[in-house]
Design a protein around this ligand. Structure first.
Ligand SMILES: Nc1ncnc2c1ncn2[C@@H]1O[C@H](COP(=O)(O)OP(=O)(O)OP(=O)(O)O)[C@@H](O)[C@H]1O
Ligand SMILES: [Mg+2]
Length: 253
């Protein structure tokens, strides 16, 4: 039986700007399954990033609930929320957000070292191990300004994984990368998912969406489509592309 990690129930998010309400997410229901690589697609402004921030406890929601396992995270206090963000969730952004005055390895370690349960040594080892695995070990002592965009994004992914999060969120992680670096980052996501990492990723990129085994389509704050695919590595790629393209066309992509 599939296990639900995260469950949004009747989720709404409204921004109020100069007295005008903008209902961005509208009574949305979504279950995220353990081990899935879930992708969220949809037109610009449809609420994809907002949804990701609401699911990952980075934004306060306006209505409904979000459950992480049995825990209603909308009822959580600040300590519980920081615990969730630090230990259970990892987040990768389009704009890489590394601290410019710290090396790649230091950027990764600061996330790990602030987790109270870990001995410093194990964080250090894990940070190095992640960089080695992501083929950025040679660049570990360089500043973000001294590495390529692809290396910086791989370090940001390593940082998101340093505490072994149950769920990895990514908002357009390949959005600022060239084709080659996008491919490297996507291969990494596939590899992590094969190893059991649950991923929820927003993307505009069909090539990125192809990696998912589930694609949810958002229009105007509502889910209007939900496509299931077989795992990427098991599939005939050309057939998968046809399946995705046909579905995206039916969504008026
Ligand atoms: N902090 C905010 N305050 C007010 N309105 C916001 C805020 N953040 C987003 N919005 C609005 O919410 C709507 C959805 O934005 P969101 O960033 O979630 O869209 P998106 O689907 O991620 O778009 P894109 O594909 O361009 O990244 C937009 O109309 C946007 O202007
Ligand atoms: Mg967005």
């Amino acid at each position: 039986m599939s296990e639900i990690i995260l469950h949004a129930h009747d989720l709404s998010k409204t921004y109020v700007h100069e007295g005008i309400q903008n209902h961005v997410i509208k009574h949305l229901n979504l279950e995220i399954i353990k081990g899935d690589f879930t992708v969220i697609m949809g037109p610009s402004g449809s609420g994809k990033s907002t949804l990701l921030y609401c699911l990952s406890a980075m934004e306060e929601i306006s209505g409904g609930s979000v459950y992480f396992h049995e825990q209603d995270i909308t009822e959580a206090n600040e300590n519980q929320l920081s615990d969730l963000r630090l230990k259970h969730f990892g987040f990768v952004f389009q704009q890489i957000h590394l601290v410019s005055s710290l090396t790649l390895l230091e950027n990764i370690l600061i996330s790990g070292l602030s987790s109270r349960n870990r001995r410093d040594e194990s964080v250090y080892e894990r940070g190095e191990e992640l960089l080695r695995r992501f083929q950025t070990f040679e660049a570990k002592d360089r500043l973000p300004s001294q590495v390529s965009g692809g290396e910086a994004q791989r370090a940001a992914i390593a940082r998101a994984l340093i505490n072994g999060p149950e769920l990895l969120f990514a908002d357009e992680p390949t959005g600022s990368l060239n084709q080659r670096n996008s491919q490297i980052v996507l291969d990494l996501f596939t590899e992590l998912n094969v190893d059991g990492q649950s991923i929820v990723m927003v993307t505009h990129d069909r090539k990125a969406a192809l990696r998912a085994n589930r694609i949810v389509y958002l229009i105007d704050g509502r889910i209007v489509g939900d496509l299931g695919l077989t795992p990427y590595q098991d599939d005939d790629l050309s057939n998968r592309e046809v399946q995705l393209n046909t579905w995206l066309e039916s969504m008026s992509w």
